[in-house]
Design a protein around this ligand. Structure first.
Ligand SMILES: [Fe+2]
Length: 253
């Protein structure tokens, strides 16, 4: 996977968004909200409102940062694309969310070679307003930072990240709902993830740490949390299990 270097002081060039960019944002936003109002967790929907996103304006990160810093201590830092793991974990640990600023084209609404701003902003940022969720997010950064020199362990942490922050589902009463940014920012996957086609498994740290995924195809399984409290509380078990894996001499380091 191609990764980009962090460029200090990179900013969103807000006045350079084109009419097509604004149309892409509006089209994706409206299309997604028709589904998400029914099936996204209330923390996401509340977060979307609190962070001030709408179909009519591409988010201005200066405004987003003003709100986020005041309410959560988090901030958005502009990056050119996917960044390397040490920087990524460091940023999360420092309550910084790396985000791209470019938008896909009208003819590629459903196809994305790399995450664009619709994924990064619309998918990820609203839940940053939830203190329990963002504490988990930060903790993943802390854990990743600690084990960055051990690729096998980083891979396991990546699985937790993948099956929660990107592709997590949550049980809310009788309703199965979406909260992972990879699902939330995808029209097809929102419907698919809640359908009877993929496997729906209970959130289980030990299982997830040992479950491979393929980021080039649609998922065949999703793990379901019962609450964000459960997610945050799981960091203790994640740390214990990683320590066990490090001490397991039968597995190559
Ligand atoms: Fe993402």
């Amino acid at each position: 996977m191609k990764t980009y270097k962090i460029i200090e002081g990179l900013e969103q060039r807000y006045n350079q968004y084109t009419a097509e960019d604004r149309l892409v944002w509006k089209t994706l936003f409206e299309r997604q909200m028709q589904q998400l109002n029914q099936v996204a967790h209330s923390s996401y929907l509340d977060g979307l409102e609190n962070i001030g996103f709408s179909a009519y304006d591409i988010p201005d990160f200066r405004e987003v940062n003003e709100r986020l810093r005041k309410t959560t201590g988090w901030e958005i830092v502009v990056v050119p694309g996917i960044i390397d793991q040490p920087n990524f974990f460091n940023m999360l640990a420092n309550k910084q969310f790396p985000s791209s600023t470019w938008l896909r084209k009208m003819e590629e609404l459903d196809y994305l070679p790399e995450p664009d701003m619709f994924h990064d902003a619309f998918g990820h940022m609203p839940l940053l307003t939830n203190p329990t969720f963002n504490a988990f997010f930060q903790e993943i950064g802390e854990i990743g930072k600690q084990y960055i020199h051990l690729p096998r362990i980083v891979e396991m942490i990546g699985r937790i990240y993948w099956f929660t922050i990107e592709f997590g589902l949550i049980q809310s009463g009788k309703e199965l709902q979406v909260y992972g940014a990879g699902i939330i920012s995808s029209f097809g996957e929102t419907k698919y993830s809640l359908s009877d086609v993929p496997a729906h498994l209970p959130f289980d740290v030990k299982t997830i740490l040992r479950t491979d995924f393929d980021n080039t195809v649609i998922q065949d399984k999703y793990f379901i949390i019962s609450s964000f409290d459960q997610l945050l509380a799981s960091t203790r078990e994640i740390k214990d299990e990683l320590l066990k894996a490090i001490n397991d001499v039968s597995v190559p380091k």
